[in-house]
Design a protein around this ligand. Sequence first.
Ligand SMILES: [Zn+2]
Length: 460
Amino acid sequence: MKRFRALVCLLMLLVGSATAQQVKYIFLFVGDGMGINHVLGTELYNAAVHPEMDNGGQLSFTRFPVRTYCTSHAVESLVTDSSAAATAMATGVKTISGYMGVDADKNWIENISEVASKQRMKVGIVTNVGMNHATPGAFYAHSVSRGIYREIFEHYLASGVDFAAGATILCRKKEGLKADYYINKAREAGVYVTQDSREAADVKGRRVLLLSDSLTRRTMRYAIDRTESDPTIVDFSDAAIKYMSREAIDSGFFLMIEAGHIDHAAHDNDAVTTFEEINDLNSSVALALKFYEQHPDETLIIVTADHETGGLALGYSNYKMALDRLAHQKMSMGALTRRMQQMRKTGKTSWTDMETLLREELGFWDKVKLREKDEAQLKKTFEKNYLENGDLVVGLYASNEKMASVAIEILNKRAYVKWTSLNHTGAQVPLFAKGCRSAEFMECYDNTDIGKTLKRLISK
Ligand SMILES: [Zn+2]
């Protein structure tokens, strides 16, 4: 009887795998630095601050049928960088932080884009930071250093990536090259290079490289700071999906979209800017969901992160949260820093001037009541760190005025939001999946399982 049951199970498995639907269209969204609390925090923030949003500000992907979490550590440390984490997702192999597309012994490992190209699927890599930065790079390059931008770009040119998009092409200062040099190289290689999303979407039968309008900016502008004319990750995602919908409808595609700026805002410990970046990611996922509705049987959507950044705590005192108090922040910490630096140039900034700035841009005093100790801290920071020393908080991607950093920290604390790190942490990251073969991602425990599962799903 036992043998008979085992035989039946085996038969069922064989029948199941024989009839398993082949995945044809794959979307992999990576929220760089987007921990589990960043996702929940965004939903709670939306509910409190953006009541006009659909579904009370719920993110489209948090209700996906597959909701799990993955470990993210690198080989040498329990806390990874983006390069090792993206390598794990792209190749299914763990590596050392800083390495890209190679294992800990520096051996090249085939990535999901290469497997997809072999299967004649089209490949798209989209980001709102540099197109040769760590996360996008791990999906097409193989390097022992994430900082060798020239090599990473050359690997892009030699790769099978059909549609690439990013804020700019990053260059190392000491190489003395600018983005223009790389653009010419790309054009010589037959790539259609444009800074116009609509134009990129319409390119037929050629590789495309879409860049933002300002190549000197290393990233796109934060969602909270941008003007109507600034390009967005949503525009780039839309262009990529339109391109793929036409060029790859028969062959299928693998499209990785990174919301890379979430990480930068979290390195600054700037909650509102972080949450608004996640809303941008959500809008990009909404575009993928529209595509899914037209091809529900063959489309897979995954939304995940490479690591957690900032050690974000939601509620740190008195069992409370008051995220509505974040509604009055009108610019990022970086933009606030620039305003403070402009004020300093006048050489006669008074406390009243600083008070006016904080009142207008963060809602202090009028809309967000400050405690005596908050006000005392602000005044002390103004006199000592701002006027006397001009102190900066030097982070990985930005150097902010200490005055701006303290002000945003106070605002976050008034909302009962607190950060425990200016860097990455070893926390698990969320994974959401929907569509064709999405149930197989329920088995993912570590970030390498994402790469392994993706490769398995498209290998014939
Ligand atoms: Zn980071």
